[in-house]
Write a protein that binds this ligand. Sequence first.
Ligand code: NAP
Length: 520
Amino acid sequence: MHTLSNYLGGRWLDGQGAGATLRDPVTGEALARASSAGLDLAAGFDHARRHGGAALRALGYAGRAAMLARLAEALQTHRDKYYDIALRNSGTVRNDSAVDIDGALYTLGYYARLGATLEGGALRLDGEQAALAKNDAYASQHVLAPVRGLALLINAFNFPAWGLWEKAAPALLSGVPIVLKPATATAWLAHEMVRDAIAADVLPPGALSVVCGGADGLLDALHPLDLLSFTGSADTAARLRAHPRLAHDGVRLNAETDSVNSAILGPDAAPGAPAFDSLVREAVREITVKSGQKCTAIRRIMVPSAHYQATAEAIAARLEEVTVGNPRNESVRMGALVSRAQFDAVQAGLAGLRADSDVLFDGGSVALVDADPAVATCMAPWLLGAPDPDAHPSAHHTEVFGPVATLLPYRDVDHAWDMARRGQGSLVVSAYSDDTGFLARTAAELADSHGRVHLVSPEAARAHTGHGNVMPQSMHGGPGRAGGGEELGGLRALGFYHRRCAVQGAPGRLRALDVSPRTD
Ligand code: NAP
């Protein structure tokens, strides 16, 4: 069994005690143990701030971009190993592992290329000078300065690879050292990637640290000018927000949490129309990819009342073709949930949703392929339906983090938009239609309550990047219940890792600030 050592203060250190056991969710085999007990977190964090931060800042933006490019190249050579770990520890089929692993490498490479367009300098300009006195004698220039603290990255179990690098790439490009705390259940892959990154020797000492196992003491070790970027459940986020380092000392938090995302079929899209087919295809993909363990997955499908039955039948027909079970069997399309605890949580959530809805596709009737139902945490997809969606509030509030979605009929477009908003802030909504006016109005109606609005019209049916796929070019995050955070979105991601400061002085002096010309 592997021991997932911690890398802190420039050394690999084993935590004390038995720690937590990571398992193969299909066979139940114990794979690794992780413990962070007994680490000197304060000293390790101090090393990251002092050595990692200083060395990263000295490289400048272009130097750090080149560093990310070398890192992406080094990790790429271990791709097969990462797929093997994902198969064993996350129980995912190859296509699902790709979303995590290739998504991670693509995002890292994207930030390397984007960073190469930034010129050097200790600061970046934010807008133009603003006059503060008559005759241009005195002015204000806003600048963005890389944070001199560290960024603690706490991740969820469903994206051990992508979740690490989509946060780490903008942080490192900004010049901020990171301490990673992967979710314990699937920490092996993140740990291995950190191990390979350290072995590649492309990062300065202190730039990258990892703590595996329990989170005890991590927040206590933060300083007021450090950053915390969190992905996980809204309940954990609430606990973090109440911690004195955040509540009292002002540590800046970015939180990506739960989301009850929706897909809306336009009123123009009858069965047989290209937009109808796009919605059906996308709904099935979102229910089944990574067994629905995606924060962006479609949980609610809204269609005109007249097409409720036809949509139910079309989606159910496709779900029937999905083979579920051991991802080592080539005929299997959908693998496991990541752990027994998640399996139990999803079953409990499904039972709650079923209490007041119809079953349109019964996942309970599907036999597993090559997997023992008493051991494997595999679960077939379910489609539920709520013919009276206003009397079914749980569909709007309950995020079941598995292969489950609920079909909801709408009376008119206002009703559909209103239901989408009942998610109380979501990561993404998608709309399927050939009506430009409807698509544009959907964006206007839902942009304030969603981080991303994904429009699928017939000419984009093949080219669109997918409702649930998070592209680094686009912002990822959402208001309200989704956590209120913002990640990615090209250079916007660097904002979290910089502080804005207004520098006031004579205009000629301000023009001499050591800045990069790009601000977007
Ligand atoms: P979780 O239980 O909230 O755990 C998330 C992370 O927080 C894990 O690394 C966990 O460590 C750590 N943690 C738990 N308690 C902590 C504490 N008191 N202090 C510091 N860290 C603590 O969430 P999860 O079950 O891993 O992930 C599922 C949830 O994440 C779903 O609700 C999903 O919607 C959400 N999610 C959101 C996004 C997004 O981008 N919005 C992406 C993926 C997932 P341990 O593993 O050691 O407990």
